[in-house]
Design a protein around this ligand. Structure first.
Ligand code: HEM
Length: 213
């Protein structure tokens, strides 16, 4: 499983590689800022949902090694969110903070996107094993449930920004709804007697630091 990690890491960089490739070959369309904003927004949401799908997949397949990828995928979601926000901050508004503030307050889809981004910051900052130990398994897990709120804000952001065809954001909304449903189902199943706590014997650190438990 460890040998797979560099490959997954490299695969996560493909969207960035494609953007750079298009940048160098003049393929960023007639509106490069819009193109970069859209692609980085798409990949933020995709990585968030892929990271959220890891636990259900692990449970369904029994492939426990999958859990190792959750942190990496979550951090890639934050990486693409940072690129997405930086495009807006630098290329769209060139650090005009007063205008940015007005935009965040006035356009509801920007409010939702900004909320999603802000929610991801504490998650990225506390993603290391050291922070899991410092916060303690249960507190860490509670904090990391914010990822569902961030993904919801991201989907709402997308729903509110599309003007005509709402099908693409609805597909993301449906996937998120299924993932949330599965999470509730797991919680319900865990509440039943005879299910183990998921805490290892080496000091209360979660076996795989799983916010869904
Ligand atoms: C969790 C955080 C976020 C997610 C998941 C997200 C996701 C997305 C998605 C999926 C799109 C549409 C892509 C497409 O049409 O193919 C988009 C567009 C956009 N996002 Fe975000 N976004 C996030 C945060 C932000 C933030 C913080 C800002 C700026 C403050 C922002 C500004 C924009 C803008 C300006 C567009 C283009 C709107 C248009 O074309 O009219 N987003 N975002």
């Amino acid at each position: 499983m460890r040998r797979l990690k560099p490959w997954v890491f490299a695969a996560c960089l493909i969207p960035l590689g494609l953007l750079l490739w298009r940048g160098f070959t003049g393929g960023l369309t007639a509106n490069p800022i819009e193109y970069i904003t859209h692609r980085t927004g798409d990949w933020t949401l995709r990585f968030l949902l892929i990271a959220l799908a890891i636990t259900p997949l692990r449970r369904m397949t029994g492939w426990s090694g999958l859990a190792q990828f959750r942190r990496m995928l979550g951090l890639f979601a934050f990486f693409y969110a940072t690129l997405h926000f930086s495009t807006y901050l630098v290329l769209d508004f060139f650090f005009a903070f007063d205008l940015i503030l007005d935009d965040i307050v006035e356009r509801r889809y920007v409010t939702a996107g900004f909320t999603g981004f802000v929610l991801l910051i504490p998650l990225a900052l506390t993603s290391s094993q050291r922070m899991i130990r410092r916060l303690g398994g249960e507190r860490w897990r509670r904090l990391h449930r914010l990822v569902y709120a961030a993904a919801t804000a991201g989907v709402v952001h997308y729903l509110w920004l599309v003007k005509l065809d709402i099908r693409p954001p609805m597909v993301y909304a449906a996937i998120l709804a299924v993932l949330l449903g599965v999470r509730l189902w797991f919680r319900f199943a865990r509440a039943r007697p005879g299910v183990t706590s998921g805490v290892d014997s080496s000091g209360g650190v979660p076996v795989d630091a799983d916010p869904v438990r």
